[in-house]
Design a binder for this molecule. Structure first.
Ligand code: GLU
Length: 287
């Protein structure tokens, strides 16, 4: 059981474009869950991948969040300023024998990585990706919205990249390193990231840290049944109607809406009303 006096939650946007309704749902859900437990709520900018980052998107996102009265309890951290931490985590994993060098091109296998280079070490003769050698055969998680989930190694997940061949740290490594550093106790995010959980759990095991609880909110689907995303040019949320946006997000999460034009008042009431058992137990839900 999580000790709620130490609850730390977070919202961790990648600055690849402004917030759309799907990301507002994740921000609001993580905020309400943290606040209703008397916990802290943090914002972390995941700007790990310079080619994908859009200039100014970080400031735009933070402004959109504050226009909805969603403000981090601690200074916002940027992953691009924490690369030394990710290197430390890589060294630690390497010292424990969890990593191997891999040069298999993505096109050389279909779907899951089949573990071709698994018996290699990390002594590289050429620039290589570093992969994590999974030792677990299954990973189980009792997700607070999606219920009990079991992932099988080789079927649902495989050995995964922690440092890319171009030297960039991979999302799985960075997210776990930062969630540990920020003492995050519960991760609330969109169900599109549920499948990342087994790999992240393996990293927690390897680093001897208890993995956080998870609550994966249904993804917001457009009329075409696809997840709203920056890649599919989901519309940017309009801060001029922040109260309406918050109420729409509350309705999406099956929480009572609040008759007010003031985002602060809406959030205050929504924290009191928040019930995780009302969240639709779905991977995705159409708007
Ligand atoms: N940065 C990730 C994204 O924007 C979210 C990471 C997470 O919540 O674990 O999709």
């Amino acid at each position: 059981m999580t000790d709620h006096s130490h609850y730390v939650g977070r919202f961790a946007p990648s600055p690849t474009g402004p917030l759309h309704f799907g990301s507002l749902v994740a921000a609001l859900g993580s905020y309400l869950d943290a606040r209703s437990a008397g916990g802290q709520w943090l914002i972390r900018v995941e700007d790990l991948d310079p080619p994908r980052a859009v200039r100014g998107a970080d400031r735009h996102i933070l402004k959109q969040l504050s226009d909805h009265s969603l403000v981090s309890d601690q200074p916002v951290i940027y992953q691009s300023q924490r690369l030394h931490r990710f290197d430390d985590a890589l060294s630690c994993l390497n010292d424990k024998g969890h990593l191997y060098a891999c040069n298999c091109p993505r096109r050389s296998y279909l779907g899951l990585y089949p573990g071709t280079c698994r018996t290699q070490t990390t002594s590289e003769t050429q620039p290589s990706a570093l992969r994590f050698r999974v030792s677990e055969t299954t990973i189980q998680q009792k997700d607070l919205a999606q219920g009990a989930v079991t992932w099988v190694y080789g079927k649902d997940f495989g050995d995964f990249i922690v440092r890319r061949k171009d030297g960039l740290h991979a999302y799985q490594l960075a997210v776990v390193t930062d969630d540990i550093a920020q003492k995050v106790t519960r991760i609330v995010r969109g169900a599109d990231l549920l499948s990342a959980t087994p790999m992240q759990t393996c990293l927690y095991h390897a680093l001897d840290v208890q993995s956080p609880e998870t609550l994966h909110l249904p993804m917001v689907l457009g009329r075409d049944g696809q997840k709203l995303s920056k890649q599919t040019h989901a519309p940017t949320i309009n801060a001029a109607v922040a109260a309406d946006n918050l109420n729409q997000a509350l309705a999406f999460l099956n929480q009572p809406i609040i008759a007010s034009d003031n985002p602060k008042i809406i959030l205050g009431a929504a924290v009191k009303n928040w019930r995780t058992d009302r969240i639709p137990k779905l991977m995705g839900k159409t708007l």
